[in-house]
Design a binder for this molecule. Structure first.
Ligand SMILES: Nc1ncnc2c1ncn2[C@@H]1O[C@H](COP(=O)(O)OP(=O)(O)OP(=O)(O)O)[C@@H](O)[C@H]1O
Length: 766
């Protein structure tokens, strides 16, 4: 290319300045537009300034910057220590900076509470050694996670989900072909008008009529299929989680013992899984269709106007896409955080519903409102910040993907026609121009859609992180429990019926971790519950229960009871006393297998016919749990209601003086109020607990202040009936009058040394 002469360059510059001045002048003459723009922009700028200068939102900017700094520092350090021993950098630097680590929010600190004596030390070591969870981002980790989740939601090529995806693929192809035909017919219609051919015009019209019908069916079908895929994915994934969350008491370990760092499990299972599935199935349609449209329209345009202009257009898209992705904030991570805040807010409302009566009695509405408002404030502050970032990013996205792209597309479209020296008729050129115009617009908007897929991907990555955290947590909680079950409790009676099915999934998760090198959650590695888990719970063919040197710590590491030795023959009732918080219930948590003893051995007999631990040691608390269901369901819980056993249910209810509930209600045992907890008085709730005990007739029952709200006159009859049913009672109580129904008395000193005394009760009767 020759060097341009000076006067020529000056001429071009003058022309350019002239064009700019004319465009500006033309714009300025459009008074209405200018006024609207000036007013709108001023309002927007004022609002944005007001929002971003709010201290809470300004604080968010600060925190996010700090986090980004901490993250890149951690990344650098990880690169330096590829061996991976020093992996807690994000958390520690975030903590130093006073910022939460989004990957393991708040719960990092909570974990340290689980340390228990030696066990606590082991936990701390496990925590340091455990690889840090990755933050949500569209990267290799995301792809591995997606591949893993997809294996769950699409279990095989003959599955319903695979079929649905196949039908959707065919529909998407059909939709693209219809679009092509409509573009061609648009050009043909113009040609018919220019040639003044009625016949051709009506043929085009007829074609539009048919294509329109086909397009509307296909469009609706695509929406329907996307929704169906969402539902099918959700069902698979939620069943998968339920199978693990509700086996081996994983829900208890997660909720009460905080194993697995699983916050807001309810929100994750109900909301996040659904959102993930909806985003994933939508993404498929939104990626596949534009991709196909681009390929097909490029091919068609290439035929009519050559490929060189298209190459320029596509290079532009490629480059601007890379730039947009580079300057985009980490929205995936922000979505995960939004979900967490929403979950926290929702949990506070659930608590209010659950404890409505206590709050009302205490007139705690004001305090509750403050708590709820504070949570709302956190959520809305974050959302305002998040949407502001989205707005800023949206301006860049819109301009480069939509408007600047059309500016490049136009000359690409027009040049080949401007330079056309062939003998084609004007009508034919107009028809092809119109067709190419439609195609280039559709290709540009498809590429725009594809570039915007990164946004969807970020959204998906955010939900994927939440979902994968959930899957890893339920798996790790389940696994530690499984190991414990296999190693410590030898009777195998607590194997749930679905454990087999779950086992294969557990293997999948482990394989996934091995393959990907992605670590489990810290809590999962800890292998602890209430104690450090050095003790053993064993079953034997001997009768009775024996505690040998049993030591129990609380989950927050306090010694509750040290080296308890105690043997109880069947039918020998134990009376347990001690100050509040002494550890009375905890000893029986250990007996029931909820917690592990830190040291010692608990031996309990194999109970014939017992299919679950809860049937060996039946727990009756001061405020029994009332399941959602009928009166029959209350008594038969945890078994499902079975009308064939109504006689037994009625007998149990009559024994605890609740027979009138059956007699006075027309629905009898089928009575189903909104919530039994609102219907029954405190004493009646306790009676339901006792009726449940009579119905199940377990070998052992822990009665934890179970008769505190019942007339003391009835307690003699109660203990005597337990004897008749062959139930051995461990009674935790503060009222010494109960002592006479027992044979041994265990007293906890509650002095921090784990001290206790055991005495035989003279003349204890049943
Ligand atoms: N999930 C838990 N996490 C942390 N600490 C716990 C947990 N469960 C119980 N504890 C603590 O363990 C200690 C013993 O609790 P436990 O319920 O055994 O007391 P208790 O003797 O039955 O008391 P009370 O007579 O008041 O019912 C208490 O200090 C309690 O705070």
């Amino acid at each position: 290319m020759g060097v341009m002469s000076k006067p020529r360059r000056a001429g071009y510059a003058r022309d350019l300045a002239d064009v700019v001045a004319r465009v500006a002048g033309d714009y300025a003459r459009d008074k209405r537009l200018c006024t609207a723009v000036a007013v709108g922009f001023t309002g927007l700028a004022a609002y944005a300034h007001y929002m971003t200068s709010q201290p809470a939102i300004a604080e968010q900017f600060h925190l996010v910057q700090e986090e980004a700094r901490a993250r890149s520092k951690a990344k650098r350090e990880r690169r330096n220590h590829r061996t991976g021993s020093n992996v807690s950098t994000i958390a520690s630097s975030a903590a130093r900076n006073g910022t939460p680590s989004s990957s393991a929010p708040a719960s990092d600190n909570e974990d340290s509470k689980h340390g228990v004596g030696d066990g606590g030390k082991a936990l701390a070591e496990a925590k340091v050694a455990a690889p840090k969870r990755k933050v949500a981002a569209v990267d290799a980790t995301f792809l591995k996670r997606m591949a893993f989740i997809l294996r769950i939601v699409i279990p095989g090529i003959t599955s319903r989900e695979a079929m649905l995806l196949a039908i959707q693929t065919v529909m998407l192809v059909t939709r693209s072909f219809i679009s092509l035909r409509i573009a061609r017919k648009g050009g043909d219609g113009l040609q018919a008008v220019m040639e003044r051919s009625w016949k051709k015009f009506f043929m085009v019209l007829g074609d539009f009529f048919v294509s329109g019908v086909a397009a509307s069916v296909v469009n609706s079908a695509l929406k329907y299929l996307t929704n169906s895929i969402t539902v099918a994915f959700r069902q698979r994934l939620t069943l998968y989680v339920h199978a693990r969350y509700l086996s081996n008491r994983a829900y208890y370990r997660a909720a009460v013992l905080r194993v697995g760092n699983l916050d807001n499990a309810d929100q994750r299972i109900v909301e996040d899984l659904n959102q993930f599935c909806a985003t994933a199935s939508d993404l498929f349609a939104r990626t596949f269709k534009p991709l196909l449209d681009v390929v097909l329209s490029t091919h068609r345009m290439g035929e009519s106007m050559g490929y060189s202009g298209l190459t320029i257009l596509y290079s532009y898209f490629f480059l601007s896409g890379a730039v947009i992705r580079a300057v985009s904030p980490p929205f995936s991570e922000y979505i995960a955080r939004t979900q967490k805040l929403e979950g926290d807010f929702r949990r506070m409302h659930s608590r209010l519903i659950t404890h409505a009566e206590e709050v009302a009695f205490l007139d705690g509405a004001r305090r509750e409102r403050d708590i709820l408002d504070a949570k709302l404030d956190k959520t809305t502050t974050w959302s305002s910040f998040y949407f502001y970032l989205q707005f800023k990013q949206g301006v860049i996205d819109q301009y480069f993907v939509k408007y600047f792209a059309s500016m490049i597309g136009w000359p690409v479209l027009a040049f080949p026609f401007l330079a056309d020296t062939s003998s084609r008729s004007a009508a034919e050129i107009a028809a092809r121009y119109r067709e190419s115009d439609t195609l280039i617009q559709s290709a540009s908007s498809s590429i725009g859609d594809l570039m915007m897929v990164y946004k969807k991907l970020q959204r998906l990555a955010g939900f994927t992180a939440r979902v994968m955290d959930l899957l890893e947590a339920v798996d790790s909680i389940h696994d530690t429990n499984e190991t414990r079950t296999a190693g410590a409790i030898e009777d195998g009676s607590n194997e749930g019926e679905d454990v087999g099915a779950v086992g294969s999934v557990g293997t999948m998760v482990r394989e996934y971790e091995k393959r990907t090198g992605l670590g489990k959650l810290d809590g999962g590695k800890m292998g602890q519950s209430g104690g450090s888990g050095r003790g053993v719970i064993a079953s034997s063919s001997e009768e009775g229960v024996r505690f040998s040197g049993v030591t129990v710590y609380s989950p927050d590491g306090r010694l509750l009871v040290k080296e308890v030795n105690l043997t109880l023959a069947p039918g020998e009732n134990l009376f347990v006393t001690g100050a509040n918080g002494a550890g009375k219930t905890s000893l029986f948590r250990v007996l029931a297998g909820l917690w592990e003893p830190t040291a010692g051995t608990i031996t309990r007999p194999d109970v014939a016919g017992a299919t679950d631990e809860s049937f060996q040691v039946f727990y009756v608390p001061q405020k029994p749990y009332l399941v959602s269901g009928t009166l029959r369901d209350q008594v038969m819980y945890p078994l499902p209601g079975d009308p064939e056993r109504d006689d037994e249910v009625v007998e149990a209810l009559s024994r605890v003086n609740l027979g009138r509930f059956v007699r006075t209600s027309p629905e009898g045992l089928d009575r189903l109020p909104h919530d039994w907890a609102d219907v029954l008085s405190g004493g009646e709730k306790q009676r339901v607990g006792l009726a449940r005990l009579y119905f199940h007739k377990p070998a052992y029952a822990v009665l934890d202040e179970a008769t505190s709200a019942i007339n003391p006159d009835e307690e003699g009859a109660f203990y005597s009936h337990l004897g008749t049913l062959g139930i051995t009672a461990f009674s935790i109580a503060h009222r010494l009058e109960l002592k006479r129904f027992h044979h041994q008395h265990l007293h906890f000193h509650a002095d921090g040394t784990g001290g206790w005394t055991l005495e035989r009760i003279k003349g204890g009767k049943r």
